[in-house]
Design a protein around this ligand. Structure first.
Ligand code: NAD
Length: 339
């Protein structure tokens, strides 16, 4: 059965593709990815023989329809998105096109391919499934207390999170209006190898290794619930296999850290792993910069539903995940090629 993975050349998508190829070595996976600046095919080199990469835009109706029919797609895991909040502040319209129109284009193609009529699947398509990968940012910000769960009302604060919220609502509507077999996941901040350089953890590591100022927004007090990318992918796999249709699952690891602590911890790892030649500590490079407009203070997830219903558990401790990440980026930034 062909699985279509949109955005499979991006950060999380590429980890998911590799995990799926390892789990199902006899299967092939079709990736639909327009290959923006955030994409890189290098990380998929070890599984090249199991994948077909279609370079194209998820909002291209004709192309998406052709992909569904040519490969007889019956499962979709939808990662493709514009994902960087700062870029959504400078150019919101691209986020609307990809995140909202692109998601609706995929839903429509799935509906035409899989459904005879509302709530009636075409024969042979009964086990089709569309997993939509979203973010906890749709819930807005938390104060010092409380956590998000599946019943938290939506309150997006950035153009990025507003477009992801719009996509989530479209996915929901295709379930309630057409009976399309969909499941949505909302996860917390991911970290791990192969994330684009623009994101927080790669920026901290790169700046430190180059002995440049390490930029931290505001006073560094913004809190995120950090999820190792491999654990996130195993959660999506559980949802793809056994998630209940029309449901939402929040994925997080109860691992809250503020940005300044993340920066200090990475500096401490680098002090041991790659000490500065002049003997100074890396954390002397930490520099506070003007805060991002609309910067949410805190996100935190209660993952009880996916834990109890689907038996999902993260397996990577924060210490191990962060060390793996620092080592991978240190190799990358010191120009050692690895996949
Ligand atoms: N990274 C995180 O911490 C995080 C947290 C919560 C949710 N998410 C969600 O997970 C998904 C994947 O995030 P990521 O961090 O891997 O993002 P990413 O930016 O690293 O990758 C996105 C991928 O989508 C592709 N893409 C973008 N526009 C496209 C288009 N119009 N058509 C086809 N492909 C297109 C890009 O080329 C890229 O390969 C996104 O939907 C994002 O909203 C990410």
């Amino acid at each position: 059965m062909t699985i279509l993975i949109t955005g499979g050349a991006g950060f999380i998508g590429s980890h998911f593709v590799r995990q799926m190829c390892e789990t199902y070595p006899n299967d092939r996976f079709v990736i639909l990815d327009v290959m923006t600046y955030a994409a890189s095919i290098d990380y998929l080199a070890p599984v090249q023989s199991q994948i077909t990469l279609v370079r194209g835009d998820i909002s291209d109706t004709e192309l998406v329809g052709r992909v569904f029919s040519e490969w007889d797609v019956r499962r979709v895991v939808h990662f493709a998105a514009e994902s960087h909040v700062d870029n959504s502040v400078s150019d919101p319209s691209l986020f609307v096109r990809t995140n909202v129109v692109g998601t609706q284009t995929l839903l429509e193609a799935a509906r035409h391919r899989w459904m005879e009529s509302p709530f009636v699947c075409r024969a042979g398509y009964e086990s089709s499934r569309f997993v939509h990968v979203s973010t906890d940012e749709v819930f807005g910000t938390l104060g010092n207390e409380g956590v998000f769960n599946e019943d938290t009302p939506y309150a997006p604060n950035s153009p990025y999170s507003a477009t992801k919220a719009g996509a989530d609502f479209l996915v929901r509507s295709y379930f309630h209006t057409f009976g399309l077999p969909v499941v949505t996941t909302n996860c917390s901040n991911n970290y791990g190898p192969h994330q684009h350089d623009e994101k927080l953890i790669p920026t901290i590591i790169r700046s430190a290794l180059n002995e440049h100022p390490i930029p931290i927004y505001g006073t560094g007090e913004n809190i995120r619930d950090w999820l190792f990318v491999g654990d996130h992918c195993s959660g999506i796999h559980r949802v793809l296999t056994d998630g209940r249709l029309g449901q939402t699952y929040l994925i997080g690891t109860r691992n809250e850290w503020n940005n300044i602590t993340i920066a200090q911890t990475i500096c401490q790892i680098l002090d041991i792993y790659r000490p500065r030649v002049d003997g100074k500590k890396y954390d002397e490079l930490i520099t506070f910069v003007s805060d991002r407009p609309g910067h949410d203070l805190r996100y935190a997830i209660d993952p009880s539903k996916i834990e109890t219903e689907l038996g999902w558990r993260p397996v990577t401790s924060f210490a191990d995940g962060l060390r793996t990440t620092v080592e991978w980026y240190t190799d990358k930034y010191l120009y050692v090629t690895r996949s």
